[in-house]
Design a protein around this ligand. Structure first.
Ligand code: WTA
Length: 650
């Protein structure tokens, strides 16, 4: 039935399309295109209706303030608290005994917290933070493994009005230091260590230097996860368990203005310095609550698992705030998919009867390579919906995911969005949208997206261009922390009135969007954003290097891998040892995800006459393509010598 109506939007001209099964559609929250129509008719009325699903202490007086672009404000004068919306609201609705958070550790230890229990833990830690002097508007940095305390800390911050800044646990202590400095956090919450593939990775002792160098840090709270030793700093370091021992189990949520800051999340841009992306309270929660509900087709009895880390936006919006604001049960896992064996994820889906599973294409490509035998021995019949995020999914991986994991009965929602957008922007609605492997289909209701050419004109079907968002949406970033100039420059100056995403894309004749990836100097390594400049700055900090150019080379599993071209100081010879040293140096500065896969030494880098490094040429060399036009090159000889060096290594 629903299939017919959809003919209005889709035709079969582009390869095979996949329709939701009638049993999926029968039970889906949304079965037809009415939501799209409603939003098209009156976008702001649609968002206002979405906002009505939240609990407001005081209702807003105006939906959108667009008087001073690009500084948009949503739900003006509205008052609310995010933790209250994620916890108290459901308890008051009778869901107190429902599991809110289900956790399994790498070693197989597990815990679950009902909404009542989670509220109690959040209140205890909120009170502890208050005792430590954290007040509304302060920043708290979280550098932790994927354990319940990480989620508890995030919610506790929101309860007392503090901004959290979660730093991915895999980032190096030096990267942590830069982010603590930028946010001027008073309190850092971390753990003694983390479990990773059967090993213990020290955290608190590794962070020693970073913490010592940050003048803003007054207190460090340490969760005892692994029992790893460290030198406690008297007067500054405190144990989580000690802190919450005697604190009260209730805590009145602080009333927040809709536009009060909720969190900062650092993300890579085109310069060496990460951007502090700032999200605020009301609009963000409206965006993630409504998108979670419709995109993941929220059902009360779902066990929802998003495999991201809380250190990324996906972890913020679709492990914590989206699921919990809807009263869902969100599952978190501490470890990796291949430990102790390559069926670990499927084992967990079987054990917890996971119904909705949201992961990244890089993981799917690894699963494919490992083979079906790991999947086949597990019962995945609980699954009803699959999701993908972080990078373009190649049709081959899409079909494998659909057939092997979803057993041809689970729709796949391929969701495009960014740290900046806060919420999912392009996505199918699973009971409605016919799927095309590789396409993110269409904008979420209430969001206006387009592809434009160099002049900002809408492109024709099939014509490649830049992905832009044409009008404000509630969960949009408000600014870059203490850097409004960079905010305006990065997102709003390319095309007046349009938000520039930095991605290339095209539309097909059905109005479906196809994402091609970044058009700027940002790489996508296993679904994680790394700026080429970040890696280059790390490389040139090494005493032997004078200059470096970093490019992303197409990689079968990771999407991109990092190749670096480095020129050395006079008198220094390149060697295998130096390659290792430079790789380790980058790992130390940024973290293992930024470690170059290959490093080449060259006497000079190819530059244009105006001195810009021609990364395109380096990319062509690394991927062994024809070099095309080199007429703007200052010294064509350089290319010949790099090519030579490259082929020697291969
Ligand atoms: C890419 C992650 C294709 C894109 C939520 C974007 C995608 C960047 C998809 C944001 C997708 C994300 N298909 N590309 N479904 N999802 N991307 O900020 O290049 O870590 O700009 O947010 O990831 O990465 P970020």
């Amino acid at each position: 039935m629903a299939e017919k109506k959809l003919g209005e939007y889709f035709s079969e001209e582009k390869g095979k399309m996949y329709y939701p099964s009638s049993s999926f559609v029968d039970n889906a929250r949304i079965k037809d295109d009415s939501l799209y129509r409603e939003a098209e008719k009156d976008r702001l009325a649609f968002w206002s209706k979405m906002a009505d699903n939240l609990q407001w202490t005081k209702k807003w007086s105006r939906i959108l303030d667009d008087d001073n672009p690009p500084y948009y404000k949503w739900f003006i004068e509205g008052k609310l608290n995010v933790s209250e919306n994620c916890l108290d609201l459901h308890i008051n609705n009778g869901l107190g005994d429902k599991n809110a958070l289900i956790f399994e550790g790498e070693n197989g230890d597990s815990t679950s917290l009902t909404y009542n229990e989670l509220l109690k833990e959040v209140c205890k830690f909120s009170n502890a933070l208050t005792e430590l002097g954290v007040v509304k508007g302060d920043a708290v940095t979280i550098w932790m493994p994927m354990i319940p305390e990480a989620v508890i800390t995030m919610l506790a911050c929101t309860r007392i009005g503090a901004m959290h800044s979660v730093v991915f646990g895999g980032f190096s202590p030096e990267a942590l230091k830069d982010r603590i400095m930028d946010s001027k956090s008073k309190v850092v919450v971390t753990a003694d260590g983390a479990y990773r593939r059967g090993k213990v990775i020290p955290m608190r002792s590794a962070a020693e230097e970073a913490l010592d160098d940050c003048p803003s840090v007054e207190k460090v709270v340490i969760v005892e996860r692994t029992g790893t030793a460290y030198e406690p700093r008297k007067g500054r370091d405190l144990l989580w368990s000690e802190l919450i021992k005697d604190t009260a189990e209730t805590c009145e949520p602080v009333v927040m203005d809709s536009e009060d800051p909720l969190f900062i999340l650092y993300s890579s841009g085109t310069t060496g310095k990460p951007k502090g992306i700032l999200h605020t309270t009301g609009g963000y929660l409206v965006g993630v609550k409504s998108s979670f509900y419709y995109v993941f087709d929220h059902h009360e009895d779902d066990i929802y698992w998003c495999t991201a880390d809380i250190g990324w936006i996906t972890g913020h919006s679709y492990i914590v705030y989206g699921p919990l604001s809807n009263g869902s049960s969100t599952f978190i896992y501490e470890g990796t998919p291949d430990y102790p064996a390559r069926d670990r994820f499927w084992e967990l889906i079987e054990k917890y009867r996971v119904t909705v599973f949201y992961t990244a294409p890089t993981a799917i490509r690894s699963f494919m390579r490992w083979g079906e035998q790991y999947v086949d021995k597990r019962d995945l019949s609980s699954l009803r919906l699959l999701g993908s995020v972080g990078e373009p999914i190649n049709p081959e991986a899409w079909i494998w995911y659909y057939e092997q994991i979803g057993k041809e009965k689970c729709p796949i929602v391929d969701t495009w969005w960014q740290t900046e957008t806060g919420m999912i922007i392009l996505t199918p609605l699973p009971g409605v949208t016919p799927l095309k492997p590789g396409s993110v289909t269409r904008p979420f209701p209430g969001v206006e997206v387009d592809v434009v050419d160099d002049n900002g004109q809408s492109t024709d079907p099939g014509q490649k261009g830049f992905l832009v968002i044409k009008s404000p949406w509630p969960a949009m970033l408000r600014t870059l922390y203490e850097d409004p100039e960079r905010f305006e420059q990065t997102y709003w100056q390319q095309y007046p009135g349009l938000y520039f995403t930095g991605d290339g894309a095209w539309k097909d004749h059905d109005g479906c969007f196809w994402i091609m990836g970044r058009v700027d100097d940002v790489l996508n390594i296993s679904g994680h954003r790394i700026g080429t400049m970040e890696v280059e700055s790390a490389l040139v900090e090494h005493p032997s290097a004078t200059e470096a150019a970093v490019i992303g080379k197409a990689h079968e599993i990771k999407g991109h891998s990092i190749t670096a071209f480095v020129t050395l100081k006079e008198g220094i010879e390149g060697s295998d040892e130096l390659v290792q040293e430079l790789k380790n140096h980058v790992t130390k500065k940024i973290g293992a995800i930024a470690r170059p896969e290959e490093i080449f030494f060259t006497y000079e880098l190819p530059k244009t006459r105006s001195g810009k490094i021609m990364r395109r040429l380096l990319r062509d060399i690394a991927e062994q393509r024809d070099l095309g036009d080199v007429t703007t090159l200052m010294d064509p000889q350089v290319i010949a010598s790099i090519k030579e060096g490259y082929s020697e290594k291969e």
